[in-house]
Design a protein around this ligand. Structure first.
Ligand code: HEC
Ligand code: HEC
Length: 564
């Protein structure tokens, strides 16, 4: 049992957990070869994996390693386990070997696209955990981390059982917090047993999806030119292009040149990056904006099976909170339209529309641009390969509703929306969160977005037929969310800028505050439309709740697998 040599124990908290672990997870768990009649595991052919992991995870005649051969997960999932092997189980592994192990395991014991998609928000580091369809299991497993970590795994029943034992060994609070009921033992199964039964049934090692994907999986041939369309929350649509080139001598690594523009303010961005594609479809990249960019943007995307589109999230920030939702589409010889700015037009209005896309120049004559009934294209103002500007007039009695755009063979469904009135605005996220920082810990920012809506044909707000008129300029302000008498959070939590971005105040005790409190608290974020109202009566307001809280003092999940 080399991993628990007594000489390595020092009187630390970690060793106490390790002792608990020996009680909860018998030593054979890592070391014993899988039972000979157990045909379920997936053999491991990589010498690197066998050498690095095989001393504790013994191979059997079928080439399967204990534990490892009995579960599948994302590259991030594998990286996280390997990190624990290093931090808690004393494994010595250099960075290059670790990358090779992650790559082999993510390819051989990975997820199929259909399995990875519902869990994509985990790898994309989205702040909002998606609801899981079994509320009880969700309640048990989300006390400490997201459900995304759970649903991005496939295991045998024994492996789900051992995972729970690992939790109880290393994190004994799991029992009190979630795994066991308090009070006298009854006949009902404990929550942890309920979870094992549920997960073994729902997320088994072998699935038809994985069998099918394993049969067809191959390196994705995605070198070429792609159009990029994105949305930066609160900032608006982004249009551009990415040129992907294969790294010579590899079949899963790429370099990228990306250029894009923020359509609302015209800000132009150029980036250079590198990416690796795991399991034939999981794009993990990082790109830099010039030589002074030290953080870069991480890129997490799924390549679709037809290699024609990929989508996901590009993000940065100390808490991964700043980002873009993106979709990339492969460019062939034909024109593609990716978006129109502005995306909504008032009846009776004359406006210049920017049509964004690729290969647009050849088909850009005014007669070729068709925006549907009630919108006349007056003239083409400017033409480039990726952009055509047209002047349009909307009839005063044009019907309210979305219009598809056709530009010769290229089409974009619902490209622009005609409206007669803005009925309401809405601010998202409805419940935002920021973390104080800047002294000992980094700040977590929160960007808000205001969009305008028309009530739609039924004339009622917040029904399915409402028309989204897109992001709008508003006046932003903060108001007290009165929770106690003399609540003073507003003076301390931080500031909101003119673009709706909240910057929290510094971390640590504040001597100016009663009780020497941190600069935490909660406030309302208020948007007023139009931004410069001419009459006070016809302004629209919307608000969102903002919680400003303490930093994350300890992060359990800083996975990043994009460096090839
Ligand atoms: C020094 C011994 C040792 C080495 C070497 C080792 N492990 Fe482990 N491994 C353990 C122990 C002990 C456990 C059970 C406790 C735990 O899960 O942390 C374990 C558990 C696991 C599990 C099950 C975890 C789960 O989520 O249920 C996986 C998967 C795993 N190891 C992968 C690896 C990989 C991959 C390597 C090689 C990079 C490796 N291990 C190298 C000791 C080791
Ligand atoms: C008491 C807090 C707590 C609860 C409750 C909890 N987890 Fe965890 N879980 C953790 C921590 C901490 C880690 C990180 C372990 C590590 O890699 O160091 C983790 C890691 C994991 C992993 C990744 C393991 C690996 O080897 O990479 C899975 C899968 C997981 N948990 C599943 C579950 C499931 C399923 C439940 C509900 C039945 C659950 N967790 C409930 C704290 C918890």
């Amino acid at each position: 049992m080399p991993q628990f040599r007594v000489t390595r124990f020092t009187p630390s908290l970690t060793s106490m957990f390790a002792l608990l672990l020996t009680a909860a997870v018998p030593s054979f768990v890592a070391a014993q070869p899988p039972a000979a009649d157990d045909a379920t595991g997936i053999p491991i052919a990589s010498d690197t994996v066998r050498q690095t992991c095989g001393s504790c995870h013994r191979p059997d005649e079928a080439g399967r390693l204990s534990r490892i051969s009995f579960r599948r997960t994302t590259p991030e999932g594998w990286q996280q386990t390997i990190r624990r092997m290093v931090t808690l189980n004393g494994v010595d592994i250099d960075a290059d070997t670790a990358r090779e192990v992650v790559r082999y395991l993510a390819n051989t014991l990975g997820l199929a696209p259909e399995e990875a998609r519902p869990a994509a928000y985990e790898a994309e580091r989205r702040a909002d955990d998606q609801p899981y369809d079994d509320a009880e299991i969700q309640q048990i497993c989300t006390q400490c981390h997201s459900m995304g970590r759970v649903i991005s795994q496939r295991r045998t029943e024994e492996e789900w059982t051992l995972l729970m034992a690992m939790h109880r060994g290393y994190y004994p609070f799991a029992d009190f917090q979630a795994f066991r009921r308090s009070g006298p033992p009854g006949d009902e199964p404990q929550p942890v047993d309920q979870a094992i039964a549920h997960l073994s049934d729902r997320f088994p090692l072998h699935t038809p999806e994985w069998a099918a994907w394993s049969a067809t999986r191959r390196p994705a041939r995605i070198a070429g030119v792609w159009v990029v369309r994105g949305h930066a929350h609160g900032i608006g649509p982004v249009y551009g292009q990415m040129t992907i080139a294969a790294v010579p001598g590899t079949d899963d690594q790429f370099t990228t040149e990306t250029s894009y523009v923020y359509a609302r303010d015209g800000r132009q961005v150029e980036r250079q990056g590198r990416a690796i594609v795991y399991t034939g479809f999981q794009w993990r990249g990082r790109s830099l904006e010039g030589p002074d960019d030290t953080d870069g943007l991480r890129e997490v995307m799924m390549v679709e099976r037809d290699w024609q589109t990929m989508s996901g999230r590009w993000f940065t920030g100390a808490y991964d909170e700043v980002g873009l939702d993106v979709t990339l589409e492969r460019v062939t010889a034909s024109p593609v339209v990716t978006g129109v700015q502005p995306a909504s037009l008032a009846a009776g209005q004359t406006a210049t529309l920017q049509i964004r896309g690729a290969n647009l120049a050849a088909s850009a004559g005014a007669p070729n641009v068709d925006l549907g009934p009630g919108i006349s294209v007056l003239r083409v103002v400017a033409t480039a390969a990726d952009r055509v500007d047209v002047e349009v007039r909307v009839d005063a009695d044009a019907a309210v509703g979305r219009r598809d755009l056709f530009l010769e063979q290229a089409a974009l469904a619902g490209a622009v929306t005609v409206y007669d009135e803005v009925h309401r605005i809405a601010v998202t996220p409805e419940a935002g969160m920021a973390r104080v920082g800047g002294i000992r810990f980094p700040k977590q920012y929160q960007q808000f977005e205001a969009r305008a809506f028309h009530d739609g044909p039924d004339g009622e707000s917040e029904t399915d037929d409402d028309l989204d008129l897109g992001i709008v300029d508003v006046s932003w302000s903060l108001e007290e969310y009165a929770a106690t008498f003399g609540d003073d959070d507003l003076q301390h939590v931080g500031a909101l800028d003119a673009q709706g971005r909240f910057t929290p105040a510094v971390d640590g005790p504040n001597v100016e505050r009663s009780g020497n409190r941190n600069n935490v608290g909660d406030v309302w974020v208020v948007a007023t439309y139009p931004a410069t109202p001419d009459g006070a009566n016809d302004t629209l307001r919307a608000r969102a709740h903002l919680l400003v809280t303490v930093p994350l003092y300890l992060r359990w999940d800083p996975t990043a697998v994009e460096r090839p």
